[in-house]
Design a protein. Sequence first.
Length: 214
Amino acid sequence: MAVEAKICGLTRPEDAAAAAERGATYLGVVFASGPRVVTPARAAAVVAAACGVPVLGVFGSQPVDEILDTAATAGLAGAQLHGDYSSADAALLRAAGLRVWRVVRIAALSDLDRVEGVAADADAVLVEPRIAGAAGGTGVALGAALARGARGRLAGRTMVLAGGLTPAGVAGAVALVRPDIVDVSSGVEHLPGIKDPIKIAAFLEAVFGPSAIS
């Protein structure tokens, strides 16, 4: 199975260029609150440095009109929706030509029911651990049973695995869970929002294999 990789939480154009050069499939910039938040203008600079690699924006509570405006300003290819977004919201974004990734934060087996609920109106479903007061980038991994349970619920759908992935551990996570895409942020950083090009290269090599990394 060909697994894809997203480097998220980018704040600097040079980090976007490094990730694109090393073969990242997707990149991400954050508009939800947190230490990696960027302005639309800063995101546009990241997109310009991405060498054509699709860049998704991470949104937490912004209304759809604001997401569309931000996407147009920054040149985003898609929106990753945290927060309380509806199927109608997702449909509006997709109608505007944006890829939509719906996010499900999981803490217990009962949360898996939500995975199927959002899959029909998304291009991909991202699953990550539910941590109180945090919306990603925590470095905490999703438990194996929950991750595999989500994979089962998303049979035939595109699953994105996020949370606690590192260069050392991502190959094992891929083998165990079989996601379609892996998403990393804190696992390839010096500091929040400041990526480490060596860690980026190591992560992507672990995902794709050394022969795929130039």
